[in-house]
Ligand binder design. Sequence first.
Ligand SMILES: CSC[C@@H](O)[C@@H](O)C(=O)COP(=O)(O)O
Length: 356
Amino acid sequence: MTDAIDYARYDRIRPIRWTGEALELLDQRKLPFATDYVTCTDSDAVAAAIHALAVRGAPAIGIAAAWGAVLAARDIEADDAAQAAERLEPALQRLNAARPTAVNLAWALARMRAALFRAQAGEGSDWRAALEAEARAIETEDLAANHAMGVLGASLIEAGSGVLTHCNTGSLATAGFGTALGVIRAGVAQGRVERVYAGETRPWNQGARLTVWELQEDGIDATLIADAAASHLMKGGGVQWVVVGADRICANGDVANKIGTYQLAIAARHHGVKFMVVAPSSTVDMDTASGDLIEIEERDPAELLAAGGSRTVAEGVQAWNPVFDVTPAALVDAIVTERGIVERPDLSGMQALFGR
Ligand SMILES: CSC[C@@H](O)[C@@H](O)C(=O)COP(=O)(O)O
């Protein structure tokens, strides 16, 4: 078993490209059959792309929002960083409102505000350059965090294991390599992960359209399952770990992630399958005490009423479409971040790694 991972192998998918003039976002609504980029030349276009899921995944929407702030800075005049901060605020608020659940969005925008504050305090007088440098740093640090988490998370997995993942947590959802998918990539490279299963992730099908495509691009064999097949898979001994990402991890270790994650955690505990959450520290929200306090995004019920653009449900039927759920900390075996691992998370374990 080797720890050497050829990261360059996983660099081909680039969901977020800054050209120096515009932000190009790989349109994830069209994958896997078309690789078109949406070109954003102002911050409201970035907010719209985040809301419409052209770009998605907690770290990726934080990175996109940071570049959105850089674009917003081009549309204002200001004498200094303090005035810029004031004039940028409406655009930052609109970016922040694009999606409510993933804390990475607010986290990235807070970093952009802090960069302006430092510019104001005289640490580099060019506040536009300071914003651009901060957006780049957010992206670079996310990639480094993913590489670190991949190896850390894989170290928990016994050689020859099967894993089940949910939603898409790969290069498409991050600056590259991925969170949960990074652990799977590292685990496959090291011979720890022998079988990979991905749930479809209805209704938007991130697992079916994105995750198995990413793995296919890597040459990693993966088996798609219907979301409803997960318990049956666990009962048969096909998987030893469920490995998922997160949109927000609370101070007590509760985890918000894609709808369906909670029922996977319940099924995993019932079958003696381990449950791992992999996320950068930018997803940890020590200001939110527990999962009950997280706003869960509800999207258009129309997403449930059709498949591939064709209506599948009788006219007049109503649907409810919450797109995230909260897994209680008690069902989580390990939270893996670039700072380290919290096993059997609770408030004191989270505080030991993240302070407060
Ligand atoms: C590294 S991505 C982690 C999470 O953001 C992911 O699991 C997820 O729930 C994404 O939801 P999405 O609605 O596709 O943005």
